[in-house]
Structures are given as C-alpha cells and as structure tokens.
Design a protein around this ligand. Structure first.
Ligand SMILES: O=C(O)CCC(=O)C(=O)O
Length: 269
C-alpha cells in the first residue's frame, strides 16, 4: 500500500505534459539495478530531477566493432542538448584530485599526469596503477556522476561500482598507451566510456602487433569519440588491446571522459 502511494507521489512530482507522452518515466534512484533490468523494455524515458539533463532516451543505436580479441559497441546519447548540458554540469560540479594524486611513476621516475583525474565509487574502493592508489570519492558527492552511473547501468544492463574521470583541458592533454587490466578490475565486466566536449581520436593497438618484435600483423583501430558517445569495451578487449588518447595540438577545447568499471574489493595487507 505504502509502495503504491509512493508511486503516485513520484508520478505526480515528475510527470509534465511532455513526460506524459513518454509512458514510463522514473526517478532512477528508486530502483535497484535488477528492477531496472526488468523495466528496461518498458522504459521510454529517463529522468533525474537533480541533473541538468531531464530526459534521456533509452534507445541507443549501437554499432558493433569487432577485431581479433576485440569486442566494442559504440553509440550516442540521442539528445545533443543533453550531452552539452551534462558537460556543463560536470565542469561545475567535479573537483579533481590535486597534489600527490596527480603524479604517476613510469620506469622509476615520477611525472605529472598530462590531464586532470578523479575517481568516484563504492566506499573502500581504490584504483592502483603506475605507483599511485586513487581512493574513491562517494557517489553522493556529485549528483551528475551518480546520475550517469545509473544511466550507463540502464543502457547496458550491467552494474558499475567505480568511475575514473579524466579531464583534458585541450589537445595537448592526453593519455598514453595502456591496458585496463589491473587486478582490481573484474575481467568479465565491460568498461563503459562516456565522452563529452571536444571530439578526440581513441587508438587501439593489439599487444602482439606493437613495436619491432611484433608477432602478429593486426592494424591499429582508431575511433573518433564524439561528444555524447558511449563506447562499451567488452571482454576480452582489455586483455589483448592497448588504448590511448593521443595529443592533438589543433584541439583547443575541453574534453571530459568517464570510464565506468566493476571493481573487485581487494584486501589490503
Ligand atoms: O579519455 C579517454 O577516452 C581515455 C580514457 C582511458 O583510456 C581510461 O580511462 O583508461
């Protein structure tokens, strides 16, 4: 009984004329991922009143990209205005790490990272790579990030308990070649990359086709990551393929990228 009264209250709060056309609009926070999965086929619209964007269509037109050991799905948030509004809200709300958490150790030497970064996720999770360990800030610290977590869970049907956010102030900021294959990452879970702001190329190289001693002849793959794009990297892509975001000197604007991940709680000794 209480549930149905709550449902009514929820509906009367969130349904506008426009939403009435979209038959099932829900506040994302009130459903577990399993309930969302059950409702996926019915949901015509997605709405969260705390976010700059109000309605995002759940219908992503996916393009499948396949190569040996690589499985990707590429799609776009259908509403261009929503993607612009999300970037604006990310820029207003996110506080990136500073100090020690902006450095990485490569071949024994410390370097400042050529971009800004921050991580959010479940309590107790951290992400360790290149000599640093990034502790997750709580989801609730940033409504737009929490909203995007729910959105990617909705459109992929997968659960994500962690996100790494990278901000590239212009085309000089970049990310070197690496694989997302650290032991804290669940190797069976996809990694979902959302991009906002400037379009940038994203380059994949098979691990056995890199450098002078390469064993295979597999061409690199370049994907233009457009604003509002969603790239789903399915297994075993990150076991076999390196990826990077190269420098593009002609790009003057900001790009923000969020990679949603499923982390395993690793005990610290
Ligand atoms: O900004 C990007 O698209 C690259 C992000 C990335 O490579 C990563 O998070 O592992």
């Amino acid at each position: 009984m209480q549930k149905s009264m709550d449902d009514k209250k929820r509906k009367s709060e969130c349904v506008s004329d426009e939403d009435e056309l979209a038959t099932n609009a829900y506040y994302n926070e009130e459903y577990t991922i399993d309930e969302l999965r059950d409702k996926r086929s019915q949901i015509g619209a997605y709405r969260n009143k705390k976010l700059a964007f109000t309605v995002i269509n759940d219908n992503i037109d996916w393009t499948l990209i396949q190569r040996p050991d690589l499985n990707l799905k590429y799609g776009k948030i259908p509403d261009k205005h929503a993607a612009d509004a999300i970037l604006k809200q990310l820029e207003e709300e996110i506080q990136y790490f500073d100090g020690e958490l902006t450095r990485v150790k490569v071949f024994g030497k410390w370097h400042n990272i050529p971009r800004k970064q921050v991580v959010f996720g479940e309590e107790g999770l951290s992400y360790t790579f290149s000599g640093i360990s990034l502790p997750a800030k709580p989801w609730d610290a940033c409504p737009v990030v929490k909203g995007l977590q729910n959105y990617v869970e909705l459109v992929t049907g997968e659960c994500f308990n962690f996100v790494l956010i990278n901000r590239y102030k212009d085309g000089n900021d970049h990310m070197g070649e690496h694989r997302d294959n650290e032991k804290e990452l669940n190797p069976d879970s996809p990694i979902v990359s959302l991009s906002f702001g400037e379009e940038r190329p994203f380059v994949f190289k098979h691990k056995d086709s890199r450098g002078k001693n390469s064993k295979l002849d597999i061409a690199p793959l370049k994907i233009q990551l457009e604003p509002g794009s969603i790239l789903v990297m399915e297994k075993p892509t990150n076991e076999f393929w390196y990826h990077s975001l190269p420098v593009r000197k002609n790009i003057k604007g900001v790009r923000v990228n969020l990679t949603f991940r499923q982390m395993i709680h690793v005990k610290k000794h």
